[in-house]
Design a protein around this ligand. Structure first.
Ligand code: GSH
Length: 347
């Protein structure tokens, strides 16, 4: 009997999800997301509930992080004001429904681009604002130096994530056994690890140092050297509105191209006034009609750079050396500096 009821509930949820997808598609076709956002005067951005360096509110409700700045760049380009945003905190499981249903215009929540998510959820991944990879945090008294020694371990992991899936793949591939202990939030996951319910915590590697610093005795745990997956994290939009897809895509590309051209929030006014470099002039809107092609004003990229900064400024401010995450650029360096950050040309 109970089985039947659950089956019905699942079916009803499925129908509802499909109906809201169709509805979102209709809305997009009728009005466009750009128009909706402009009429509203505010961008609805889905972010993490609280993840150091990526998206976190302070005690006054002011949000910071690389994912938050990615939203700010869109608001600057579309509304002329990086502050006109409503942030919706979402956990891993609820994030895609919030986007599908139209509750948010863009999801910017350390979300990994995978085939299944891209091709079967009615969503589009627009690019990568942080190249991450999965790793392990272990108690030092476990006496382990490599992930290959983790057979039989109990591992704390968050539900609804690629982390959970990669963990299963890794142990299967290496013929090892493990016991997953699954939680809904990263706070609960750290709690599980801190209270010795598991020997190992696994998550995107960018987070491990920050999670370790939350322990009562951070020196009791260490990060293993292995990177067991590719986690390209970036903003996501609904399928069915190509103009909005392009806008979100090119906001990030503008920040990356600005870094490559040596344009930042401090020198952008001077460069805009003086530069005769055709590429710089196209990006800053002093020549050509790049903004118009996106449905935006000519100074769309200037506003992003002036108000939010180029990619390097966004990286350094939120996750770079001297911040609690203290990450170096690594893969996230420009292609011209040995990394893989590469934005298509503005022309
Ligand atoms: N990038 C992965 C993992 C994303 C994820 O939710 N990671 C956890 C662990 S770092 C997190 O952000 N937790 C914060 C929270 O929900 O409180 C994915 O897209 O599935």
């Amino acid at each position: 009997m109970k089985m039947h009821r659950n089956t019905w509930i699942h079916a009803a949820i499925g129908v509802f999800a499909l109906a809201s997808l169709a509805w979102a598609g209709t809305v997009a076709a009728a009005t466009t997301t750009l128009k909706t956002v402009r009429d509203r005067g505010e961008l609805n951005c889905g972010v993490n509930t609280g993840l150091p360096g990526f998206s976190q509110p302070d005690e006054n409700g002011h949000w910071t992080g690389i994912d938050v700045d990615t939203c700010r760049a869109i608001a600057a380009a579309v509304l002329g004001d990086a502050g006109k945003i409503k942030f919706t905190p979402l956990n891993a499981k609820e994030r895609f429904t919030a986007l599908q249903s139209g509750e948010i215009d863009v999801l910017s929540r350390n979300t990994t681009w995978t085939l299944t998510r891209d091709a079967s959820l009615g969503l589009n991944f627009t690019g990568t604002n942080y190249y991450d990879g999965q790793g392990f945090l272990v108690k030092k008294n476990l006496g382990v130096d490599t992930a290959k020694q983790l057979s039989g371990a109990t591992i704390c992991v968050q539900s609804g994530t690629t982390t959970e899936l990669n963990l299963a793949d890794y142990f299967r591939k290496n013929g090892m056994k493990y016991k997953p202990l699954v939680f809904d939030t990263s706070d609960q996951t750290v709690q599980g690890f801190a209270s010795n319910r598991c020997d190992v915590l696994t998550s995107d590697r960018s987070q491990l140092a920050a999670l370790r610093s939350k322990l009562q005795d951070p020196s009791s745990a260490k990060i293993l050297p292995e990177v067991i997956s590719k986690e390209p994290l970036g903003p996501v939009v609904r399928q069915g509105d190509d103009q909005w897809f392009n806008i979100v895509k090119w906001c990030l590309f503008a920040q990356i191209n600005a870094e490559e051209m040596g344009i930042n929030s401090g020198n952008v006014d001077q460069i805009r006034k003086d530069s005769k470099d055709p590429g710089v002039m196209r990006l800053l809107g002093t020549s050509g009609d790049m903004g118009k092609k996106l449905g935006l004003s000519a100074d769309w990229a200037y506003r992003i750079i002036k108000q939010v900064g180029n990619y390097k400024e966004m990286f350094d401010r939120n996750v770079g050396p001297g911040t609690p995450l203290d990450l170096d650029r690594g893969l996230n360096a420009l292609w011209t500096d040995g990394g893989i950050l590469y934005a298509p040309p503005v022309r």
